[in-house]
Design a protein around this ligand. Structure first.
Ligand SMILES: NC(=O)C1=CN([C@@H]2O[C@H](COP(=O)(O)OP(=O)(O)OC[C@H]3O[C@@H](n4cnc5c(N)ncnc54)[C@H](OP(=O)(O)O)[C@@H]3O)[C@@H](O)[C@H]2O)[C@@H](O)CC1
Ligand SMILES: [K+]
Length: 539
């Protein structure tokens, strides 16, 4: 899994490299600028063949400094380059000031303001470089709305210059992926939309969270030669908490991981069905069983040895008519569930999909008291909206909560309020912050669904399963898709996965199944893609 950094973590890493005399800040800036030019020529190889025109928009910090390096390198490549600066050259930070000085030997610098931009005119450029703000964006910017609109017009129109953002599109908070600004005050309350974004060393959280991917469009990460192991670097510079390999992505001083292809999905297959665990999926009344059946199918396909659905007695016939490999055990009330759970072989439980809120209120306490690995989704979360702390008091470390945005707001209203307050300054409160806070409050793993699914454990371990860029699967937002995900997690818990890796692996496979099927997907299709996904993974 690769690391996703905050602006502060990136700065600390750069600082450690600079302080160890490994490299100077100016050298890093040169490498960053070179990385941008390389990425442009890799993306559009025809641009490297003859000279063209570029417009470079530089801002008041080191992001602008990178822009001056890009301008110089393109000029040396024979291009015509027009450079604008937003801010005062005398106030540039030292490295950016040097880069500015090197550019000034080659060409002029015009002030960047709205008057300099005409939205109908492409300035004859093939590429416009957005080096206005990077990881240092600290507040909204209002004064160059026309510039911003012009760039967005370019990037979304054919035969207009390509917009290349340096590090992150200006306006996006590198930590949260949110646009910095007040909705009601900023008429241009969005960021630059790029055609290509070139970042350095590692992706930042903002490339993956919230609206970040919409602005970023395509992300390329270039090395700036500070390649020493990130963990080692942190150990040298910061007190470290020991990462725990048994907890999936683990935690290295708060660094968030990007969930990637599991390497071990097939490795713990045992000898027979009994060593793959037995998942119990609680279900609802007659006519409401579809969601739990989807979970059960997911749990079975992902490798649980046995799966039992437990509907109300009245819904037994309906379920018997629909299920074959999945077994049935009627559960009318809490007492019956307690008796069923006396069988220790049920090692993973799933409550929520199609369960009904009343029934959830009765059954969840019994299920949690049994201390099995437990997924709570849908109705099992909504059931506690009036008294979330009653639920939190019962939860234990082997639980996974899987709220979507609405369920999250019901269970964690204070956290949700913070997350949805306007991002008035950077770094803004992010979905990563929110999910970590929720996991700490709940005392178990929380998987906060979305195209940017965030998974966090109470100790701060956190990862993002991103369905963006090459893994974008908007058709995954379909009825019942969450029920299948709950089933995937339950199935992996039954197989003995710990909650964090179970949630991460299930979320990754869920997106993979959607990609495997493509548009037109319905929830029933998801579990059926697992065999070919597993084959591809060599599981
Ligand atoms: N460090 C390194 O060695 C390397 C860094 N690299 C590059 O540096 C970038 C980070 O640089 P950075 O920290 O200088 O931040 P950056 O995004 O350029 O802007 C900060 C400036 O903008 C100002 N400002 C903020 N918001 C504003 C607003 N709304 N309206 C107006 N002004 C506003 C802010 O002012 P302040 O908040 O301090 O008042 C400050 O002056 C990073 O993204 C990467 O591209 C690479 O070269 C590799 C080596
Ligand atoms: K930028």
């Amino acid at each position: 899994m690769s690391e996703l950094l905050t602006a502060a973590q990136m700065r600390a890493i750069e600082q450690a490299a600079i302080e160890s005399d490994e490299v100077t800040g100016l050298e890093l800036m040169e490498r960053a600028g070179r990385g941008v030019v390389e990425a442009i020529f890799e993306e559009w190889p025809e641009l490297a063949k003859t000279s063209h025109k570029a417009v470079v928009l530089c801002g008041p910090g080191n992001n602008g400094g990178d822009g001056f390096v890009v301008a110089r390198l393109l000029k040396k490549w024979g291009w015509e380059v027009e450079v604008f600066l937003y801010g005062d050259a005398e106030k540039l930070p030292p490295d950016a000031r040097v880069s500015y000085g090197r550019w000034v030997e080659l060409g002029e610098v015009k002030p960047l303001g709205d008057a300099d931009f005409d939205i109908d005119h492409d300035m004859g450029a093939k590429v416009v470089i957005d080096a206005i703000f990077g990881t240092g964006l600290s507040r909204p910017f209002y004064t160059i709305g026309v510039v911003q609109d012009t760039l967005n017009y370019y990037s979304s129109s054919k035969d207009m210059p390509n917009v290349v953002s340096v590090d992150i599109p200006s306006g996006i908070c590198a930590d949260s992926g949110r646009y910095i600004g007040y909705d009601d005050e900023n008429p241009f309350d969005s960021c630059v939309w790029a055609n290509l974004t070139v970042s350095f060393h590692s992706e930042k959280l903002g490339h993956r969270l919230s609206l970040g991917p919409i602005g970023v469009q395509k992300i390329v990460v270039k090395s700036i030669g500070i390649g020493r192991d990130l963990k080692q670097r942190w150990e040298e510079t910061t007190p470290i908490s020991t990462p725990d390999a048994t907890r999936g992505a683990g935690q290295v001083n708060g660094i968030v991981k990007l969930v990637s292809k599991p390497t071990w999905i097939g490795k713990n297959y045992g000898w027979n069905k009994f060593s793959h665990g037995h998942a119990l999926i609680l279900s609802g009344t007659s006519g409401k069983g579809g969601a739990a059946r989807l979970s059960a199918r997911g749990a079975l396909r992902i490798g649980a040895g046995l799966v039992t659905v437990a509907p109300t007695p009245g819904a037994l016939q309906e379920n018997a008519a629909r299920l074959d490999a999945v077994m049935l055990s009627p559960v009318g009330d809490a007492q019956t569930l307690q008796a069923v759970l006396a069988d220790e072989r049920f090692n993973a439980l799933c409550l929520g999909p199609g369960l009904g809120v009343e029934r959830a209120r009765d059954l969840v306490p019994v299920a949690l008291a049994a201390k099995r690995a437990t997924v709570l989704d849908a109705d099992a979360l909504t059931a506690f909206k009036d008294d979330p702390s009653a639920l939190f008091d019962m939860l234990h470390e082997n639980c996974v909560l899987t709220p979507h945005a609405g369920e999250f707001a019901r269970l964690f209203p204070d956290i949700d309020k913070k997350l949805n307050a306007p991002a008035a300054k950077g770094p803004a409160y992010s979905k990563v912050d929110a999910t970590r806070d929720a996991a700490a409050q709940a005392g178990c793993v929380v998987l906060f669904k979305g195209p940017d699914t965030v998974i966090a454990a109470p100790d701060g371990a956190c990862s993002i399963n991103s369905a963006a860029y090459e893994r974008s699967a908007p058709w995954l937002a379909t009825a019942g898709s969450g029920d299948v995900l709950a089933g995937f997690i339950t199935g992996l818990l039954a197989r003995g996965f710990a909650p964090m890796p179970a949630a991460e692996t299930a979320a990754w496979l869920h997106v993979e199944c959607a990609l495997e099927f493509g548009p037109g997907l319905i929830a029933e299709d998801l579990p059926e893609q697992l065999p070919s996904v597993f084959r591809r993974l060599g599981a």
